[in-house]
Design a protein around this ligand. Structure first.
Ligand SMILES: Nc1nc2c(ncn2[C@@H]2O[C@H](COP(=O)(O)OP(=O)(O)O)[C@@H](O)[C@H]2O)c(=O)[nH]1
Ligand SMILES: [Mg+2]
Length: 284
């Protein structure tokens, strides 16, 4: 992948939704890293004071969506603003819930700045406290990426990643919603980019196993599957099923029914199993 003259710092983009309790400390920690330049917070229709807290913390720029459009849309908005603010400069995507551990992201930035990688992905240590899911979303994402690219990521859903501007542009338009990380990995690899996982001492809010968390995972699974399907060439055959699952997941967020969660998960898993078989069938 061609690259422009080497920049000395990156632009950080933080997609945030209802993070007033965490965004301030995340920004402050990030600003301690020498290789992080401008910080852009994209407030994605928060119903709390996320934008106000961000504006009062250091010299960040806050861009607002007046309604909630999802993480990928917020990242797209941030990437566009970064291109205006610092053309050609790499972009570091940072989740808003890392709090003080965001100060450890230096090693994730470095390989992109020195031209050793086109995209780095932070690999997190085991997280503190109870929580965590059953691994279905992670497995689906990991297996899907492997089938589409031949590369097996350790943490396919990690949102902490740094991309050269060329790599980021190669992945635009981004996969939607929670499929954005899977889409980035597949698209950058397919464009010939070098992807590097970097262990990093990061901690974030762990999603539990309550109903709300299960609904979050169902939406994640639907979006991840959609990103894979969209990149598989098997789109027409499995799209109807994935689409159905996605509509189910959206409805679930409102209704919060356990049975519906199970049905969505089953529908998406079977779409993804089908996708896997299609992928195998397509291999030479
Ligand atoms: N833009 C946007 N960001 C979101 C949304 N929901 C969550 N986020 C942000 O995305 C990041 C990851 O979300 P999180 O809930 O921690 O997901 P997890 O880390 O996968 O469990 C955090 O920075 C959130 O503030 C959303 O609807 N829109
Ligand atoms: Mg998180």
């Amino acid at each position: 992948m061609p690259s422009s003259p080497r920049p000395l710092e990156v632009v950080a983009v933080i997609p945030a939704k209802d993070e007033e309790a965490r965004i301030g400390i995340t920004i402050a920690a990030l600003e301690q890293i020498g290789s992080v330049g401008p910080v852009i917070v994209v407030d994605d229709g928060s119903t709390d004071q996320t934008a106000a807290v961000a504006e009062w913390t250091g010299g960040v720029e806050v861009v607002r969506h007046n309604r909630n459009r999802g993480k990928a849309a917020a990242m797209t908005t941030g990437a566009a603003r970064a291109a205006e603010l610092a053309p050609g400069v790499p972009v570091l995507f940072v989740d808003a819930d890392l709090e003080s551990s965001a100060g450890n992201l230096g090693p994730v930035v470095e390989p992109v700045l020195i031209g050793e990688a086109d995209m780095t992905i932070a690999v997190l240590p085991p997280q503190r406290g109870p929580g965590g899911g059953f691994g279905i979303v992670v497995r689906t994402a990991r297996d899907g990426i492997r089938r589409l690219t031949g590369w097996t990521p350790t943490q396919p859903l990690s949102g902490q990643r740094c991309l050269s501007r060329e790599a980021l542009d190669a992945a635009l338009p981004l996969a939607s919603g929670w499929g954005v990380e899977v889409g980035l990995t597949v698209d950058v690899l397919r464009a010939g980019g070098r992807v590097l996982e970097v262990p990093c001492e990061l901690h974030h809010r762990v999603t539990g196993r309550d109903l709300r968390s299960q609904a979050h995972r169902a939406r994640q699974l639907a979006d991840v599957t959609r990103a894979l399907v969209d990149r598989s060439g098997a789109k027409e055959k499995v799209f109807a099923r994935a689409g159905m699952a996605m509509r189910g997941a959206r409805g679930l967020a409102g209704r919060g029914a356990r049975g519906a969660a199970r049905r969505v998960t089953t529908a998406v898993s079977s779409a993804s199993r089908r996708l896997s078989r299609e992928g195998e069938d397509q291999r030479p």
